[in-house]
Design a binder for this molecule. Structure first.
Ligand SMILES: Nc1nc2c(ncn2[C@@H]2O[C@H](COP(=O)(O)OP(=O)(O)OP(=O)(O)O)[C@@H](O)[C@H]2O)c(=O)[nH]1
Ligand SMILES: [Mg+2]
Length: 178
């Protein structure tokens, strides 16, 4: 019998969500993995379910590295009917790895929900264009796409970390709705 859902957190933003205290207690009962190209963050993650993606210097590297660890991912995916993939678009690692993983899962008939933060306007045109490209690519592979925009903060005095915290709670609120 396949289990229902695996949660897969990718890249800096993904790991921030996984690490937040609230999700940590919720994660106890759920199968989950974290994937990053940042060795330190992977090593610091308090769980064995982490997968180091190898060095990433471009979005394409992250896609290629997903193919490199494809056998390991196929083994994980074979146990589940659905995956929920969580990360932030606009950087290199999650942008490529989420697309690569969604494509792989889709090809194996595993249903895919992707939940992503999209970058602030101030992060620039390059961030914006790789995000748009990734969203375009993702649409072919996902059953559901949840986009949480990082946009102008509610209060001008709010710290970025508080805003991230708020967005994280919002995402977690949606994470456990099927
Ligand atoms: N809401 C929210 N957004 C975040 C957080 N961390 C990063 N982001 C957003 O996510 C985007 C991607 O950032 P990261 O997740 O750090 O990037 P990455 O996937 O690790 O990729 P690289 O480090 O560039 O290889 C950024 O442009 C931010 O807008 C977070 O904790 N909360
Ligand atoms: Mg990173």
């Amino acid at each position: 019998m396949k289990e229902e859902t695996a949660l897969i957190f990718i890249g800096g933003a993904g790991i921030n969500v996984a690490k937040s205290k609230y999700s940590a207690s919720l994660l106890e009962k759920r199968p989950f993995w974290v994937i990053d190209s940042d060795r330190e963050r992977i090593d610091a993650f308090p769980s064995d379910n982490s997968l180091y993606l190898g060095e990433v210097h471009s979005v394409q590297d992250a896609i290629d590295n997903i193919i490199r660890v494809e056998n390991k991912l196929k083994e994980i995916l074979s146990h589940f009917k659905q995956i929920k993939v969580i990360g932030g678009l606009g950087g290199l690692t999650a942008t490529g790895a989420i697309v690569g993983l969604a494509k792989l899962a889709h090809s194996l008939d595993v249903s895919v929900t992707v939940m992503v933060f999209t970058p602030f306007l101030f992060e620039g045109k390059r961030c914006e264009s790789i995000t748009a490209q990734a969203i375009n690519d993702l649409r072919q592979y996902v059953d559901k796409l949840v986009i949480l925009k990082n946009k102008a903060k509610g209060s001008p005095n709010m710290k970025l970390s508080d805003f991230f915290g708020q967005q994280t709670q919002k995402l977690i609120g949606e994470l456990f709705i099927d």
